[in-house]
Write a protein that binds this ligand. Structure first.
Ligand SMILES: [Zn+2]
Length: 569
């Protein structure tokens, strides 16, 4: 296959423009009636046909064999040259991403003054990625557009029209704007099917579905994925081959994921991620797929019909739609969006994904526990006698500190609706939840300030804050600050090691001296002086707290039994 499919099947006529009939009709009509404007702005997502439409317009304006409908013939010498993007006297393509200087704009202005090569011809400038043009370039263009030379047409294509609005509003008012639509999965599938039929290649329906979903509205992307799949091997295009090409996980991995969540099986998370890694799946792609699946699940649950799903996925949705509450699915989606950036950007996306899946697998029990500990009644389950709604009784003085810590940890463990989706950028010393006073670099002082250190770190990274909450200061010998993890937890430990600099910075600004964080995995040797809380994990504290509450409050005790609350470990 010498020519790439995306190129070979690129439209040559207005009527070939997929889905963009509204644009095609107007442009074709303008050509037909000889009322083409001087400036057009074509906006829309990647790969939906903006540049192609601009070329077809240029072809139509310069085609000696133009059809009465306004469509170019698509076959004459002039048409082919323009369509190929090769040298044409009358069509100039400019990639603004690489030509953004004033000089280029000045050059453009001078060149625009030259008339088209022949009297009947139009000079068409196609400016791609137009939002990349500088203000100076736009100013130069504005002068041209204010007094446009005859038979000169500017076509600007952009994915980000709002940027042009910000830098070149006066130009915008002189352009005729067309918004290109995203191409839906059904239209992409149909087009792929037609192309494959033309090529005489068979394909599984699921294979086309996966490509269409992956291309996310871009025809060009869909065709180049298909190209890659074809170069991968002979014979029919199968779903398996498409997944392999794209590094996608199989539907059975998504089934496994839902089973881990529905079965409340945190241990299954590690096996699942292991298998994904073994199969060479891209974790970011997998979580994209998971998001898509949850969204579809939610749609099915509220009675809508999701599109673009493979048959296996449909079966999955049927199987699980009754197993998860829509509220749970929403919470899972929120946790996922909160962590999207981390999944994509983190040096250790595996850790982020594992932590997220763990939280999914523990979701509702954690939430119920929060409610009980907060003293608010659990969501009405209908049958259970609700616990009395009253504030949590004050604990005895000895337990005050662990209680406070527990409260903070609870705040972080909840998929908090109030928490900002993205932490403030590191380095910013904005007022965190705990605007802390300075304290000396001594173990005692650091221990006392530890909850507020945790809070400040959490304000920058919720994950890191949670990891830090599982530690206790165990030694302070400037510049070294030694912390121990109450229980060995490789996940949290790794996270702390990776982002030690953030903790160091937070402590350092408070003690006014450089800090080196050292993390020990094992619990410290018993010194006899430490309070029991320092050796308790977060869940241990919760367990103790819940036990205490249950002992004090029989109603709560009953409710906890009813709701099958248990401490997730
Ligand atoms: Zn032609």
């Amino acid at each position: 296959m010498a020519i790439a499919l995306a190129r070979r099947y690129r439209p040559r006529r207005f009527s070939d423009l997929l889905v963009q009939d509204h644009v095609a009709a107007v442009l074709r009509g303008a050509v037909q009636r000889d009322r083409v404007g001087h400036g057009y702005l074509l906006t829309g997502p990647r790969g939906v046909g903006k540049t192609t439409a601009a070329r077809i317009l240029a072809m139509a304006l310069n085609c000696p064999r133009r059809e009465p409908s306004g469509d170019p013939c698509g076959e004459c010498d002039s048409c082919l040259r323009i369509w190929n993007g090769s040298a044409s006297l009358d069509v100039v393509e400019i990639d603004a991403a690489s030509n953004r200087g004033v000089d280029d704009a000045r050059d453009l202005r001078e060149r625009a003054m030259y008339a088209p090569s022949e009297e009947s011809h139009y000079k068409v400038y196609i400016v791609d990625e137009a939002h990349m043009l500088t203000r100076e370039a736009w100013n130069a263009l504005l002068k041209i557009l204010e007094e446009p030379p005859p038979r000169v047409v500017f076509v600007f294509a952009t994915t980000e029209p709002q940027k042009i609005a910000a830098t070149a509003a006066p130009v915008l008012s002189r352009l005729q704007r067309f918004d290109f639509r995203r191409i839906g999965p059904a239209a992409i599938r149909e087009r792929l099917r037609a192309v494959l039929a033309e090529e005489g290649i068979a394909a599984e329906e699921d294979a086309l579905t996966i490509i269409a979903r992956h291309a996310d509205g871009g025809m060009r992307d869909a065709l180049s994925v298909l190209d890659q799949c074809l170069s991968f091997g002979d014979g029919a295009v199968t779903a398996a081959r498409v997944r392999e090409t794209l590094g996608l996980a199989g539907d059975e991995r998504f089934a496994e994921m839902l089973q881990v969540v529905v079965g409340r099986d945190p241990a299954g998370v590690f096996a699942l991620v292991e298998r994904l890694m073994d199969a060479g799946a891209d974790l970011g792609e997998f979580m994209n797929g998971a998001a898509e699946l949850l969204r579809s699940l939610l749609m099915v649950q509220v009675g809508a019909e999701p599109e673009g799903l493979t048959e296996a996925m449909r079966a999955l949705l049927r199987q699980y739609q009754g197993e998860l509450e829509p509220g749970d699915v929403l919470r899972m989606l929120r946790l996922l969006t909160d962590n999207e950036t981390a999944i994509r950007r983190s040096a250790n996306s595996r850790l982020v994904v594992e932590t997220l899946l763990l939280r999914w697998a523990m979701l509702d029990r954690v939430v119920d526990l929060e409610q009980v500990l907060r003293g608010t009644p659990p969501s009405p389950s209908g049958t259970a006698a609700p616990p009395r709604s009253r504030p949590v009784p004050p604990a005895d003085p000895g337990g005050a500190e662990p209680e406070r810590r527990a409260a903070e940890r609870r705040a972080s463990a909840t998929p908090a609706a109030s928490a900002p989706p993205t932490p403030p950028p590191a380095g910013e010393t904005g007022p965190g939840p705990a605007g802390m006073a300075a304290f000396p670099f001594t173990l005692e002082a650091i221990r006392e300030a530890w909850p507020s250190v945790i809070a400040a770190v959490r304000a920058e990274s919720r994950f890191l804050g949670e990891a830090l909450a599982a530690t206790q200061p165990a030694g302070a010998e400037p510049p070294e600050l030694r912390v121990t993890m109450a229980e060995p937890n490789p996940l949290l430990h790794e996270r702390l090691e990776q982002q030690a600099a953030t903790v160091e910075r937070v402590v350092s600004t408070r003690v006014g001296a450089p800090v080196r964080l050292r993390i020990a995995l094992e619990a410290p040797v018993e010194t006899g002086r430490e309070s029991p809380a320092t050796r308790m994990s977060e869940s241990g504290i919760r367990a103790a707290r819940l036990k205490g509450l249950r002992a004090r409050d029989p109603a709560l005790d009953a409710a906890a039994d009813e709701l099958d609350l248990e401490i997730v470990e």
